[in-house]
Design a protein around this ligand. Structure first.
Ligand SMILES: CC(C)(COP(=O)(O)OP(=O)(O)OC[C@H]1O[C@@H](n2cnc3c(N)ncnc32)[C@H](O)[C@@H]1OP(=O)(O)O)[C@@H](O)C(=O)NCCC(=O)NCCS
Length: 255
């Protein structure tokens, strides 16, 4: 890896083969420091596609622009290493809700990117859907109001009983976001129909979607020095017949 890209490192992860449903999926994670030297974005921006450069131009804040560019440089570096091609040759396409994926017959390699402040995470797997989320450990005022927007009734009850409501909220939110990113639905997913655990043990308890069984999915938390990081792994989109980065159909709300 290039000397100028020492901001990309693997976390200390004890296992890289995760049981998903009845099979096993590889998991490769990379942590990225987005706040690198001011020269880095310029030095490597020729790796980016025209649409990535256009998007970078639309950021109002220089800091946000630089972080976006460094995130995409890191993503291209990691994907290029896996694919055995130059970073600029990695072609990305986007699902209906914006999920990036490899263009031109996606093959077996799936990835997900998340960032929060100056930290990003890239997750890679083969033959499975994958989503990742990162939230910096910080005080979160009024978790109950946020929970009303994004948590199910079951989750809100668990939050009320939690000894540390902020860490319970961050656990639940990162797990849920990792799952909806694996589906490719993002925030268009029926968030209050999905149920995840909020405790120390990550689990998907209800998918909120027709045609998706919670037992086919694995949620896990991975250690990070200043953030909560959650990864979701599930059935590969091709095995569920989904296209364009979305899988599953919203279940009709029960209320
Ligand atoms: C995906 C989404 C949940 C990201 O949430 P976030 O907390 O702001 O950001 P994160 O750091 O966790 O993830 C951002 C990354 O997720 C990826 N991403 C974007 N859309 C995605 C989707 N639908 N599914 C999975 N991943 C997605 C991208 O790699 C993005 O990084 P980028 O800035 O390099 O492009 C949210 O943006 C979303 O739901 N988008 C889809 C719906 C949509 O576009 N609505 C527009 C309404 S105005």
């Amino acid at each position: 890896m290039s000397a100028a890209l020492r901001n990309i490192r693997r976390p200390n992860l004890p296992t890289t083969s995760i049981r998903v449903g009845t099979s096993y999926a590889s998991l490769d994670l990379w942590y990225v420091d987005l706040d690198v030297s001011a020269e880095t974005p310029g030095c490597f921006s020729h790796w980016l596609s025209d649409d990535e450069l256009d998007r970078a131009e639309r950021f109002h804040s220089d800091l946000d622009r630089a972080r976006y560019v460094v995130g995409r440089i890191a993503l291209r570096r990691v994907l290029a290493d896996r694919l055995g091609c130059p970073p600029a040759a990695v072609r990305l396409a986007y699902g209906r809700n914006g999920k990036p994926m490899l263009a031109g017959g996606r093959g077996h390699l799936e990835f997900s990117l998340a960032h929060c402040g100056g930290d990003a995470v890239i997750a890679l797997t083969e033959c499975a859907a994958i989503g990742v989320d990162i939230e910096l450990l910080r005080p979160v005022p009024d978790v109950e109001s946020l929970a009303r927007l994004v948590f199910s009734e079951v989750e809100r009850r668990e939050l009320e009983l939690a000894p540390d409501p902020v860490s319970a909220f961050l656990n639940g939110w990162t797990r849920k976001e990792a799952y909806v990113k694996a589906l490719g639905l993002g925030l268009t997913a029926p968030l209050t129909e999905i149920i995840v655990s909020l405790s120390g043990t990550a689990a998907l308890l209800s998918t909120g979607l027709r045609g998706q069984s919670a037992s086919d999915w694995r949620l896990l938390n991975v250690p990070h020095p200043r953030a909560v990081v959650a990864v979701a792994l599930g059935p590969h989109p091709e095995s569920t017949g989904a296209t364009s980065g979305e899988s599953g159909e919203p279940r009709r709300p029960s209320r």
